[in-house]
Design a protein around this ligand. Sequence first.
Ligand code: ADP
Ligand code: MG
Length: 234
Amino acid sequence: MVNPCERTSEGVIIAELCQVTKSFGGGLPCLHGVSLQLRRGEFCFLTGASGSGKSTLLKLLWGQFRPDGGTVHLFGEEVNLHQDRQMARLRRRMGMIFQDFKLLGDRSVAENVAFALLVRGLPKAEIQQRVRTALKLVGLSHKADANPQALSGGEQQRVSIARAIVGGPELLLADEPTGNLDPQTSQQILALLHRLHQQGLTVLFATHDLALTRLVSHRILHLHHGKLKSLSHP
Ligand code: ADP
Ligand code: MG
């Protein structure tokens, strides 16, 4: 039998699901025999209706969920049985952004971006330098001292992107990052992620908004009834 996850020579695979199944509460599997290979430097859309399992798939890659069957590999390591500490080590190589931004309302923009680096115990001067660079990349240097609640939705999402990239991740998982934004702001966020991708970041962008996927030419994967299908490959 052909192994569906056989390595190919098309590039380094940095994240991989192989025949992954995931159920909740004994019902029908949310994901059923899902296989996916993400290559370094790729930008890939993950589409599907609400409830189709996009967030579940991303959380499997983030290590928040474990599969019921099949295997998950990150950066060449099988992570199915990884302990929290081993997963935390791999998460340093990833960033995650969410539909609802998940910013801390009692901290400034810069403090929100710095938070994950403080936990890592990096020197203060290095943290400040990295935060400045990340805020510059997302065009928010002038808002470093603002409270996130005083910012627009698009600006808040840019802060959360800065927070996700400040540690220099190789893989960015974006879970409906434009779900709470108007169409024009959504396009700006897509353009920002596209630019980061052009600078070398690997991006998996989950969205139910097919209109967004037509704006840039990237691979599109589609979840439907627990199965993953490839809609296009540029
Ligand atoms: P999407 O992100 O595409 O909207 P989700 O991955 O959030 O889909 O959800 C897929 C299915 O899995 C839904 O039926 C949802 O109710 C279920 N589900 C997701 N997370 C949980 C959870 N933590 N506990 C129970 N059911 C869940
Ligand atoms: Mg979701």
